[in-house]
Design a protein around this ligand. Structure first.
Ligand code: OGA
Ligand code: MN
Length: 215
């Protein structure tokens, strides 16, 4: 296998992963895939992240539209929106584009656009239990989270907790290990990021439907 994130040789593996994600979304509404991100993509994103300067990150906000404000009690991470500014960002957006196409073919979701940001949690940072979308109020349909933390070990903290089951009373703890890909229905699964004991990196993204078509 080559190291080129755009390599067509990765497509076979991606196809299997995308089909598994579609299957699990259909049956349970979420899909957790440790180590599933193509290696060259994960490593490229990691080295891109370590090259970003502090001033390229900004404090993440909380709330919707006009209510958007910083809130230290809710989340402490710093974010940097992903655009097509570098080859590795293009490779990421091409990969999520292929995932979007595949999910639309499998599940007829009508996913229309995608937005994502890098997030950096410094020691002591967290993000309390929250939903990425509120019923009927958002065009965010699917959330994706990718963890980019080589050499993460238990004790480093920063686990992602996904609340499942009726009423969200069951907890699934996901270690933020390098290359883990988590996808879930944005409205249905509250989740939180536990306090991290080391610098912790992730990407959070949202597949959206066209709001003009949604009543
Ligand atoms: C988010 C989020 C989870 C993570 O940014 O909305 O839930 O594991 N991130 O970084
Ligand atoms: Mn979230």
């Amino acid at each position: 296998m080559t190291n080129d994130p755009l390599s067509p040789e990765l497509d076979g593996l991606d196809t299997q992963l995308f089909l598994r994600i579609a299957d699990e979304l259909r049956t349970q509404g979420y899909s957790i895939n440790p180590g599933a991100l193509p290696l060259s993509l994960g490593d490229g994103l990691s080295s891109h992240l370590s090259g970003l300067r502090d001033e390229q990150f900004s404090r993440a906000g909380v709330g919707r539209n006009a209510a958007l404000h910083e809130n230290d009690a809710v989340r402490r991470d710093q974010i940097c929106w992903i655009e097509r500014d570098s080859a590795i960002e293009c490779a990421w957006l091409d990969w999520t584009g292929r995932l979007q196409e595949s999910l639309n073919r499998q599940l007829f979701l009508g996913l229309f656009s995608f937005e994502s940001h890098f997030a950096r949690y410094a020691i002591g940072d967290f993000y309390v239990r929250h939903s990425d979308a509120f019923k009927g109020e958002s065009n965010r349909v699917l959330s994706i989270v990718v963890h980019l933390n080589p050499h993460w070990v238990p004790g480093d903290g920063g686990e992602l907790v996904l609340f499942t089951g009726i009423g969200g009373e069951e907890r699934i703890n996901v270690n933020p290990c390098h290359g883990t890909v988590i996808i879930f229905l944005s409205e249905d699964f509250p989740h939180e990021v536990l306090v991290t004991n080391r610098d912790r990196y992730s990407i959070a993204g949202w597949f959206r439907v066209n709001s003009l078509l949604r009543s």
